[in-house]
Design a protein around this ligand. Structure first.
Ligand code: CFM
Ligand code: HCA
Length: 531
């Protein structure tokens, strides 16, 4: 298998080979292993990564449903991302839900030449007058940064005029090396200007669900379980979430962190400012869900809550046992390659294992070293020009709102028993001999699929059909191929059903890739006669 990788790398020019080798490792628990991550993709390589704007507007802000999200830029940035991420939202009667809309300033060539501020101002005015939202966000695309429109001045003016918050985000697509930069920029503004401005009443067992975006309804399955046990969800960041609730997020007694990559900045800053610790959870997979629920109950330490947690676990397990048995038989002994953004390549490994599927390769598009190796490596991560370009904000203890749910002694004790303020990353849980590959590209994808021939390739829209044309079933772990939810107890069964069907359909045996039958290009060279 080391040979396999070497033969793939051999095909690169020497400089590229040297670069890519640092992003690849073969897990060996006897060695101290380090991976390079969150660095620039080599120009010319076909990467799956997205841009800073995608991470800010698309990922973190977009799911807030009572907000009008205006994209300042040419229409393509809005149009081609309209509804594609499947972060679902549902509103009670009379509540706002703008998720199905797409708001853009539709910049033209003349705006690039003469400036787009006037156009932006007009867009904010129209959005306010027509929709009367709770708040408005403005997200910058590449050209806005290049021509230097002052989106903050426009936002400030509009805020005064209309009396609602207008938040501006400098998330030009070219910033940083991936979506990850956009997560950080969105986190900073939400922390600085939104969280802490509300004063909603809270009930016992008050929690925030962070880094959960309700893709395919995942968040709804998680809230169903938490609601049954008796938790009070103060806010969700940000799946089916609202700006209104986000304002009071500082009131919760515990923060749950599902996707560490996209929200760890807010989790850390809330702890510094308000004292609330965060617990790393994983609601993908049955054991992951059970462990997360038990840790939560133990944190609150209430006997009735602990008892209720066990009752709910028992009830849910009974309901899924029968269907799961059927699918397990269809999955047993299969293998998977996983390549997803910044957390799912880790989160799905447990669920696959429960079904009998072994993960032989996993990697992130844009995860940082801490998402691979655990947060302990953070002090040793080399800063480069690209990461220095993303502002860090510093928060201080808020004397009036700071509160500790547990005594510092109790918290220290619990930290030894559960991942409180801690994330150990993906690699630790992987088997020796499995591949970890950062920022996998299309050349490597094809080569790996050819040599490993996995039963399942979990990735996204950009490479799904490359795999399927090679006769390998591919399950999108971003959009879930229009299925879901996959989280929690019920989600595990839906996932099991989808991958069982996908892997076992006889279709794959009927596929002969076209290049096996005939050359891709046909024709003959004829000498042209000039007339
Ligand atoms: Fe977090 Fe996400 Fe992911 Fe992500 Fe994304 Fe996504 Fe993803 Mo696509 S926030 S890192 S930037 S879990 S959009 S809901 S599926 S790449 S693995
Ligand atoms: C994004 C969004 C994306 C893309 C999915 C894919 C998503 O990165 O901007 O490439 O299939 O989950 O919708 O990650």
């Amino acid at each position: 298998s080391k040979k396999k990788m070497d033969s793939i790398l051999e095909k690169y020019p020497p400089k590229v080979k040297k670069n890519r080798a640092k992003h690849i490792l073969l897990k060996d628990s006897k060695e101290e292993q380090e991976i390079q991550a969150n660095t620039r993709t080599v120009p010319g390589i076909i990467t799956n990564r997205g841009c800073c704007f995608a991470g800010c507007k698309g990922v973190v802000l977009g799911p807030l449903r009572d907000v009008v999200h205006i994209v300042h830029g040419p229409i393509g940035c809005s149009y081609y991302t309209w509804g594609t991420r499947r972060h679902k939202g549902r509103s009670e009667k009379g509540e706002d839900n703008f998720l199905s809309y797409c708001f853009s300033t539709d910049m033209q060539e003349s705006d690039i030449v003469f400036g787009g501020e006037k156009r932006l101002k007009q867009a904010v005015k129209e959005a306010y007058e027509i929709f009367k939202p709770e708040a408005i966000t403005i997200s910058s695309t590449c050209p806005v940064g290049l021509i230097g429109d002052d989106i903050h001045a426009v936002a400030r003016e509009a805020q005064e005029e209309f009396g609602i918050q207008v938040l501006a985000f400098d998330c030009e697509g070219y910033k940083g090396v991936s979506q990850s930069a956009g997560h950080h920029i969105a986190n900073n503004v939400l922390m600085k200007d939104v969280i802490g401005t509300g004063d909603a009443e809270t009930k016992p067992y008050a929690i925030n669900i962070m880094g959960e975006y309700n893709i395919g309804g995942d968040g709804w399955e998680i809230s169903r379980i938490l609601g049954k046990i008796g938790y009070h969800i103060v806010s969700v960041m940000t799946g089916d979430g609202t700006y209104k609730e986000l304002k009071s997020a500082h009131k919760a007694d515990l923060n749950l962190v599902q996707c560490h990559r996209s929200i760890n900045y807010i989790a850390e800053m809330i702890e510094t400012k308000y004292g609330t610790p965060w617990l790393k959870v994983n609601f993908i997979g049955i054991q992951g869900t059970i462990d997360s629920l038990r840790n939560m109950a133990k944190y609150f330490g209430d006997e009735t809550l602990i008892k209720k947690t066990e009752e709910v676990i028992k009830e849910e397990l009974e309901a899924l046992q029968k269907p799961l048995e059927i699918y397990k038989k269809m999955c047993e002994g299969k293998t998977a390659l996983l390549f997803v953004g910044g957390s799912r390549a880790h989160h799905y490994q447990g669920l696959l294992k429960e079904l009998g599927i072994e993960t032989v390769m996993a990697g992130y598009e844009f995860g940082h070293r801490d998402d691979y190796e655990g947060r302990d490596v953070i002090p040793y991560i080399k800063m480069d020009a690209d990461s220095r370009n993303i502002p860090e904000i510093h928060v201080e203890k808020d004397e009036s709102s700071y509160k500790l749910y547990l005594s510092p002694e109790k918290l220290e004790k619990l930290k030894k028993e559960m991942p409180l303020n801690r994330y150990d990353g993906m690699i630790k849980e992987m088997k020796d001999g499995s591949f970890v590959i950062d920022d996998l590209n299309h050349f490597e994808t094809e080569e790996l699929l050819k040599s490993i021939k996995p039963s399942l390739f979990c990735s996204g829209i950009k490479d799904k059909y490359v795999a399927q044309k090679m006769g390998i079933f591919s399950k999108q772990l971003h959009s879930y191929d229009y299925s879901g939810p996959y989280a929690g107890f019920r989600g595990a069964v839906i996932f099991a059903k989808d991958v069982s069907m996908g892997m076992n359909t006889p279709t794959w045996g009927f596929i002969t890739p076209p290049w096996k039958k005939e050359p891709l290009l046909e024709g003959k060279v004829v000498e042209e006669v000039a007339t």
